[in-house]
Design a protein around this ligand. Structure first.
Ligand code: HEM
Length: 160
C-alpha cells in the first residue's frame, strides 16, 4: 500500500526522516521572525514567530520520539553508532530541551519576552547552532554510511 502512495518512503527503515525537516524549518523560521520582530517591534511578526516556535517545538518532540524509537534497530556499524549516532542524539536532545524552555517562556510572556529579550534571542541562536551541528551529523550517517537506507550493503565502518 505505502509502496503505491509513497514509493520513496517505502525504502525507509523508519519514519524519522519524514519528520525531521518540520522542526528544522519551523525553528529557523521562528528565529528569523523573532529577530525581525525585535528590530521592527511589529506585533504581527511576534505572533507569527510564536506560532512558528510552537510548531517547531511540536516537530522537535516528534523528531526526538521517532529518533529514539529508530535508533536501537538502525543498521549501522558499532563505530558509526558510537562516533555519529550518539553525538547526533545528544545535540538534538539538547536543541529540543532549549526549544522547550524558550517555548514555555514565550508562551508565558506572549508573544515574546520583554525582559530578558537578548537572552531569549541568544537561546534561539543556540538552537539554530545545535540543530545545524546535529543535522550535519544526521546527514553524514545517512549519506556517508547509508543509515536507514537500503541502497548499499551494511554495516560500513566509521571512516571507510
Ligand atoms: C529535533 C530532533 C531531531 C532532528 C531535527 C533530527 C534530524 C535528523 C536529520 C536531518 C537526519 C538525516 C536524515 C536524512 O538526511 O534523511 C537524521 C537522521 C537520524 N536521526 Fe535524527 N534528528 C533529531 C533527533 C534524533 C534523536 C533524539 C535520535 C535518537 C538517537 C535520532 C536518530 C536518528 C537516526 C537513527 C537517523 C538515521 C536515519 C534514520 O532514522 O533512518 N535523531 N536526524
Amino acid at each position: 500500500m505505502l509502496e503505491r502512495i509513497l514509493p520513496g518512503a517505502s525504502h525507509l527503515q523508519n519514519i524519522h526522516p519524514l519528520l525531521v525537516h518540520f522542526p528544522i524549518a519551523f525553528l529557523y523560521g521562528a528565529a528569523l521572525l523573532y529577530f525581525l520582530a525585535s528590530i521592527s517591534a511589529s506585533d504581527g511578526l511576534k505572533w507569527a514567530a510564536l506560532w512558528m516556535l510552537m510548531l517547531g517545538a511540536l516537530g522537535a518532540a516528534a523528531a526526538v520520539a521517532s529518533g529514539l524509537y529508530a535508533a536501537p534497530g538502525l543498521m549501522v556499524s558499532v563505530s558509526v553508532r558510537h562516533e555519529l549516532l550518539r553525538n547526533h542524539k545528544h545535540l538534538m536532545v539538547a536543541a529540543s530541551a532549549v526549544t522547550g524552555v524558550l517555548t514555555v517562556w514565550a508562551l508565558a510572556t506572549r508573544p515574546m519576552p520583554a525582559r530578558g529579550r537578548y537572552l531569549f534571542l541568544a537561546g534561539l541562536i543556540a538552537v539554530m547552532g545545535l540543530i545545524a551541528a546535529g543535522a550535519d551529523i544526521g546527514g553524514e550517517m545517512v549519506y556517508g554510511y547509508n543509515a536507514g537506507g537500503s541502497a548499499c550493503p551494511q554495516p560500513i565502518e566509521f571512516g571507510k
